[in-house]
Design a binder for this molecule. Structure first.
Ligand code: PAF
Length: 278
C-alpha cells in the first residue's frame, strides 16, 4: 500500500488506473471503515482511502481540534483490509487558499435533522467530498449508512452535478451489544459506553412498534418520537431528535412509505447518531 500526502503524488499514482474505488474517511478508523474498504475492493481497479479531518464540516464549538488523529494505526488497518492507496493530505494541500467556493446542498434535505442541529455541516461535507472525488477521479465511492442523511445528500449532489461516480452505501457495523461503530465512541467513559446502547435500543423499540402497528397515523408517529425523546431524557441523555421519516427523502412519511428511524443524542460530552430502516 502506498501512502501519499500531495495531490501531485496522488495523481501520479492514480494515472495507471481507470476505475478508482474511493472510501473517504476522517481517520481514527474502526471496523465500519474497514468493511467499506473490503466492499470497495471488487468495485474498482484500485482501492483508495482518504484520511482528512475536514475543518469545513465542524462548527467552531465542535471537536475539530480534539478529533483523534491516528494516521499510523489507520494505515496499518487499511493495508490489512486490502487498501492500495491512501491519500492523507495536510490542510494546506486540500485548502491552499480559503475555500470560498462551496457546495450549497438543497435545504429541504440538508437543513433538517443533522443539518438543523449542525448548521453548515452538509456544506462542509459536500464541499470536501466534491473535492476528494475530483482529486481521485473516483468512479465509485462508498459511505456508511450510519450517516444516513450524509449518504443521501451526497447521492443527490452527485446526481444533480451529473458526476460520473456511483455512490454506494455500506451497512452500519455494530458492537455485539448493538452500539453503532463510530470514531466518537472513543470519547465515551466506561460508564457512558455501557449506557450508549440505549440509543440503539430506542430505535429498535420504535422499529418493532412500527412493524407491529402498520398503518400508523401521523399522531402515532409523533407520539412515538416524543416518547422516545422523553425516555432518553429520563435516562440522562440530551436528545437532539428522534425522527421517523420516509427513506426516499427524509420527509414526514405518508401511509405505505418505506420508513427509517433516525436519532441524535448527547451522552455527557459525546454526540452520537444512529438510524434503523424499518
Ligand atoms: O463521514 C465522514 O467521515 C466524513 O463526513 C467524510 C465523508 C469523510 C467527509 O469529510
Amino acid at each position: 500500500m502506498v501512502v501519499v500526502h500531495t495531490l501531485a503524488d496522488l495523481r501520479q499514482h492514480l494515472s495507471a488506473f481507470r476505475h478508482p474505488a474511493l472510501v473517504p474517511t476522517m481517520g481514527n478508523l474502526h471496523a465500519g471503515h474497514l468493511a467499506l474498504v473490503r466492499q470497495a475492493k471488487p468495485l474498482g481497479d484500485v482501492t483508495v482511502s482518504t484520511i482528512f479531518v475536514n475543518r469545513l464540516q465542524f462548527a467552531p464549538h465542535e471537536d475539530f481540534d480534539s478529533y483523534p488523529r491516528t494516521l499510523d494505526a489507520d494505515c496499518q488497518q487499511l493495508e490489512a483490509a486490502g487498501c492500495d492507496l491512501v491519500f492523507a493530505p495536510l490542510e494546506a494541500e486540500m485548502y491552499p487558499q480559503p475555500q470560498t467556493f462551496k457546495v450549497q446542498p438543497a435545504s429541504d434535505l440538508a437543513d433538517i435533522l443533522e443539518g438543523h442541529f449542525r448548521p453548515g455541516f452538509f456544506i462542509g461535507v459536500c464541499t470536501v467530498v466534491l473535492k476528494l472525488l475530483a482529486c481521485t477521479q473516483a468512479r465509485v465511492a462508498l459511505f456508511g449508512k450510519k450517516d444516513y442523511q450524509q449518504l443521501m445528500v451526497i447521492r443527490n449532489m452527485v446526481k444533480q452535478f451529473a458526476m460520473p461516480v456511483e455512490i454506494v452505501g455500506g451497512e452500519t457495523q455494530r458492537s455485539p451489544d448493538g452500539l453503532a461503530l463510530s470514531s466518537r465512541n472513543g470519547y465515551l467513559s466506561p460508564a457512558e459506553r455501557q449506557q450508549a446502547v440505549q440509543l440503539f435500543a430506542t430505535l429498535t423499540h420504535i422499529v418493532e412498534t412500527l412493524r407491529a402497528g402498520h398503518p400508523l397515523e401521523a399522531a402515532d408517529i409523533s407520539s412515538l418520537e416524543s416518547q422516545a425523546m422523553q425516555n432518553l431524557n429520563r435516562a440522562g441523555w440530551k436528545p437532539d431528535y428522534v425522527a421517523i421519516r420516509r427513506q426516499s427523502d427524509l420527509q414526514a412519511p405518508h401511509a405505505d412509505d418505506a420508513l427509517v428511524v433516525l436519532a441524535a443524542a448527547r451522552l455527557g460530552a459525546t454526540r452520537l447518531i444512529d438510524n434503523l430502516e424499518v
